[in-house]
Design a protein around this ligand. Sequence first.
Ligand code: B12
Length: 283
Amino acid sequence: MTVETPGTQAPVQPADTRQVIRPYGDTTGDGMVQMSFTLPIPAGKRADAAALQLAGKMGLDPASVVHAKPMGPDFTFFIVYGRVGHLIDYASIPVPEERAYPLLSSQEVNLAIRGALNRRLVVVGACIGTDAHTVGIDAILNVKGFAGEKGLEYYREIQVVNMGAQVTVEELVERAKAENADAVLVSQVVTQKNAHLHNTKQTAAAFHAEYPTAVAAGMGRPLLVVGGPRFDTVTEEDLGVDRIFGKGTTPAEVASYLVHALLPGEAVREARQADDDEGEDGR
Ligand code: B12
């Protein structure tokens, strides 16, 4: 039996606000993960043992090689399945910032541009350096678009110049000047030897040098936008650009950003109001 002294209370424990999670394979919380890697050794039992040792050093216990495939005579690709004991407190993971601008329909984008510029907004895009991965930039620019959305070419008030792949920084600067570009869109997919970071910084430096008296994007120089799947570790400041877009970006996000960054807020508000009133078709 617990005897309580009148007037005394057990100390109040702070509420546990943690949200502890762990990976899941077969049953919730079993800690199972799958990972893939390539080792520079010929396939075989010895290679499997090396893969298991690596998995063990990475904290997988137990681990098993579920797939091993030769990649030519001297390399082997592995998929390893195993348990990790690590926990994550999901509550401690900061919620990413919301998009700082509204996602607009193509009609709203067109109305905003027409209202504020009274001409088409010019966008010059390219995949620079030796990079030939054009699928990403085409997803944003081509009419065909991406994820069910039409690309920027579909927008009546946006003029798109798509320079394609393996464009040099010099060619890009020259074309942007010749077209009086409002925005320059650069794509970088290959990250070997950090080529994507190097090329982007070089591009930014070239544009800043070409427009030395520019006050800001849209005020003496084009807006500099870069995109690709592996820019997670860097910021706009690191690269000297105005905006980075990552994997899964859709054309509407880019179009909305362009008007947000280049046009007065009033033009966007008026376009949204007019669109609500008119309810016209998409273009
Ligand atoms: C298709 C493909 C190719 C095609 C490209 C065809 C083409 N015309 O684009 C071909 C076969 C030519 C190719 C060649 C090579 N490839 Co390749 N390729 C791929 C693959 C399978 C898919 C890429 C893709 O199209 N993704 C779909 C698009 C829609 O996604 P995305 O590019 O991320 O774009 C989105 C966003 O990132 C963003 N975005 C992208 N750019 C921009 C720009 C702006 C302005 C904005 C706003 C947004 C934005 O929006 C897009 C839509 O959401 C990837 C592997 C993979 N699964 O990702 C390898 C991959 C990219 N390739 C790779 C390699 C190594 C090569 C080669 C070097 C292989 C070789 N040894 O020859 C060559 C390089 C050629 C060259 N000079 O660049 C590696 C890169 C590794 C690394 N660390 O850099 C990958 C990751 C494969 C791998 N795992 O090894 N490849």
